[in-house]
Ligand binder design. Structure first.
Ligand SMILES: [Zn+2]
Length: 147
């Protein structure tokens, strides 16, 4: 089984059907659409699905709020849970709805006065230099979650 555009289309349709705020993983989503997620995982196709689904969902104006990996047992592509948010502003916290969120900056940015001011104002949050495909993009200043 290969990753096809029609599979991604079906997954995005399923995302549309599910209520706003649903917590799910790509793996569960694939099974919900009647596909064999286990088989797909064996062939290493889940990472591709995650990547393509992310882009397709964004085009459909659906935000996937990925959780940060804390459990290594979940550290497989497709197993990481996310929250479905529809038509939400990109900078809105999917957990509490707050717009008081900071952009997470990865890598080793040169700290200057401008950046320091942004960090102090809660507009930017430093995420460190380790980057994976599930790294959250924003940090909520109100509830402290990353998404
Ligand atoms: Zn929040």
């Amino acid at each position: 089984m290969t990753v096809t555009d029609s599979l991604i289309d079906e997954l995005v349709d399923k995302l549309r059907e599910l209520p706003d705020g649903t917590e799910i993983s790509v793996y569960k989503l694939i099974e919900m659409c009647g596909y064999d997620a286990k088989k797909l995982a064996q062939y290493g196709g889940l990472a591709d699905v995650c990547c393509d689904l992310r882009k397709a969902a964004r085009r459909a104006r659906i935000t996937l709020g990925w959780f940060r990996n804390t459990d290594t047992a979940l550290d497989l592509p497709g197993q990481v849970p996310f929250i479905i948010r529809k038509n939400s502003a990109y900078n809105e916290c999917p957990f509490c709805g707050s717009r008081n969120t900071a952009r997470i900056l990865y890598g080793m940015p040169a700290m200057d006065e401008e950046l320091e001011a942004k960090v102090k104002a809660g507009k930017v949050c430093l995420g460190g230099c380790c980057v994976t495909m599930f790294d959250p993009k924003r940090y909520c200043n109100d509830c402290g979650k990353e998404f």
